[in-house]
Design a protein around this ligand. Structure first.
Ligand code: SF4
Length: 230
């Protein structure tokens, strides 16, 4: 809350009421170095509350990340692979976390649960495809990560509708078949080229790679799901 008052009880009440009405809840838990130790407690809480048995209850574990500048202390942030390592170690100590959330670890969870590989991933970035961003000034952006960054606007919806077609096409066209570095990458169909905005921020072009740590994630996921921590 803006005044700093607590929100946990209100969120719990909201989840209880939503699930009771059969409304699907996708609970996103944003973790950093300060709060990750509380995850096992949250998992046990969700389990006692009956949430984890409810088919309408889903979870995500996310991280705050480098694209946003609102962090008071960027030192608390995990990189993608660091977060996976922390989760891996935490799950070995507290396997009850898996009732609350099963991390994907690239293809590992899918392979474990379904016994087959998922469809090839040609494109990991939803920008200007399944995701768009709109803000209160009337501007349109390629995705949620770019909202509010004026240099990233791709048009307006107010006071008039105006789309910057060339910029939109650049986002729409982005996949591993057009990014030079991805074309012959042996991880391509598991990685999908990563986040277009992260790629643009680091390399200056939308059609550039944002390499995902596929090998490291797979090693952790296969160890956790198939080899029980070996
Ligand atoms: S790992 Fe890097 S080069 Fe390979 S597909 Fe992903 S973004 Fe492209």
């Amino acid at each position: 809350m803006k005044d700093g008052s607590p929100t946990f009880a209100k969120i719990v009440e909201g989840i209880d009421k939503s699930l009771a009405k059969g409304i699907t809840v996708n609970l996103r838990v944003v973790v950093d170095r300060d709060n990750i130790e509380a995850l096992p407690r949250l998992a046990r809480f969700a389990s006692k509350r009956g949430w984890t048995e409810n088919p309408h209850f889903k979870t995500q574990i996310g991280r705050n990340y480098e694209l946003h500048t609102c962090q008071a202390d960027p030192g608390k942030l995990y990189s993608r692979v660091e977060l996976a390592e922390e989760l891996y170690n935490l799950v070995l100590k507290h396997p009850e976390i898996l009732e609350f959330h099963r991390p994907a670890f690239s293809l590992s969870r899918f392979l474990f649960q379904r016994g087959e590989l998922p469809f090839p991933l040609f494109d990991a970035c939803p920008a200007c495809k399944t995701e768009w961003g709109f803000d209160y000034t009337g501007s349109i952006y390629p995705c949620t990560a770019t909202i509010g960054k004026k240099e990233e606007t791709i048009g307006t919806f107010y006071p008039s509708v105006n789309l910057e077609k060339e910029r939109i096409e650049e986002w729409e066209d982005r996949d591993i078949t057009v990014i030079k570095e991805c074309k012959n990458c042996n991880l391509g169909l598991a990685c999908g080229g990563g986040c277009g905005y992260m790629a643009k921020k680091s390399k200056g072009r939308v059609h550039s790679p944002d390499c995902r740590p596929v090998k490291e994630l797979l090693e952790m996921g296969l160890s956790l799901y198939f080899e029980k921590g070996v």
